[in-house]
Design a protein around this ligand. Structure first.
Ligand SMILES: C[S@@+](CC[C@H](N)C(=O)[O-])C[C@H]1O[C@@H](n2cnc3c(N)ncnc32)[C@H](O)[C@@H]1O
Length: 301
């Protein structure tokens, strides 16, 4: 599983490419930039200044999303209970060897990551962090059901490369762990994922791109549990779906990934969805693309 190749991204931060999944861990535009603009800025962390929060980081990888979160929470003196799920230890070991990754953060982040690497756990006055190694579909069951999360980061490889992380059944397990008004944040703007999250009863929003064009129309999705518009803190990073994005959810691209017993292989999940698309009466996704004048995305989405 872990044939990993180092990649230097355009903002000067390092990432990895997985030969097994045939995909990069981050956008080539910048690993750090991606974490900050998609995950950290979208989290509205100021809400938790001096307070406590629970966060679940699914697909921890090198740990950019958790590191950036910890870095902000150290500054604002929040109390954090963090759970991370990851199948492969190699990316964390790589991060701990990479001085330029470690230099991005407060030195306490290195201490926490070393402790996660050595004993899967860290605890001090402010932070309690646990990493559960293994298939997230299994390990999510280990998290006590009494713990509800204010933020869930979902950063798996793309649905086409790693559909196991994006099925109705897995996302249902994930979203039942959200607190009311909690955010699930993902870089994915896939119609299947958005439709699944909406069907699970969450309110969905699009993460605004820094500049909009036909290829970059969204940086991802925020799904809010038990949404109450009076309780949503203003966030200039996300907004309601555009008409184009709403129409995307009416196409065959919105057909979900399914994994009934949470143990299907990648190929089975993809094959089942293709069969369902073949017999579906939904609009063709190509027609939607033509209508909105766009080309097929070739990046992780
Ligand atoms: C896109 S990368 C994550 C990037 C990460 N957030 C970071 O900051 O580096 C996807 C990660 O998902 C992990 N992964 C793949 N399949 C998984 C599974 N079934 N359960 C848990 N983790 C998985 C991979 O090992 C990889 O580290």
């Amino acid at each position: 599983m872990s044939e990993l190749v180092e990649i230097l991204t355009k903002d000067g931060s390092y990432s990895l490419r997985s030969a097994f999944f045939q995909e990069n861990f981050h956008s080539l535009l910048g690993a750090l930039k991606e974490t900050k603009s998609k995950f950290t800025a979208t989290s509205n962390l100021q809400r938790f200044k001096g307070k406590s929060l629970n966060v679940l980081d699914i697909c921890f990888g090198l740990g950019y999303n958790s590191a950036s979160l910890l870095n902000e929470l150290i500054k604002q003196k929040s109390y954090l209970n963090l759970f991370a799920l990851e199948i492969d230890k190699k990316p964390l070991e790589y991060s701990l060897r990479n001085e330029s990754f470690l230099k991005l953060w407060d030195p306490k982040v290195k201490k926490i990551f070393e402790s996660l690497d050595r004993k899967d756990y860290f605890e001090d006055q402010f932070f309690k962090c646990t990493i559960l190694w293994g298939d997230a579909r299994e390990k999510i069951k280990v998290i006590p059901s009494s713990i509800k999360f204010d933020l869930i980061y979902l950063d798996g490889f793309s649905p086409q490369k790693c559909p196991q992380m994006w099925t109705i059944e897995f996302l249902s397990k994930v979203t039942e762990k959200l607190n009311p008004q909690g955010y699930l944040i993902t870089y994915s703007s896939s119609a299947a994922i958005r439709k699944t999250l909406r069907n699970l009863g969450l309110e969905i929003f699009t993460i605004k791109p820094s500049f909009k064009n036909r290829t970059f129309w969204s940086q991802g999705t925020v799904a809010v549990s038990k949404f109450d518009k009076n309780k949503l803190k203003p966030n200039f990073n996300f907004e309601k779906l555009s008409l184009m994005e709403e129409e995307h959810l009416l196409t065959k691209a919105s057909i979900p990934y399914r994994d009934q017993d949470l143990n299907s292989s990648k190929d089975d999940i993809i094959r089942r969805r293709l069969d369902e698309q073949l017999f579906s009466n939904l609009l063709s996704t190509n027609k939607w693309r033509e209508k909105w004048g766009m080309t097929k995305l070739s990046i992780k989405s």
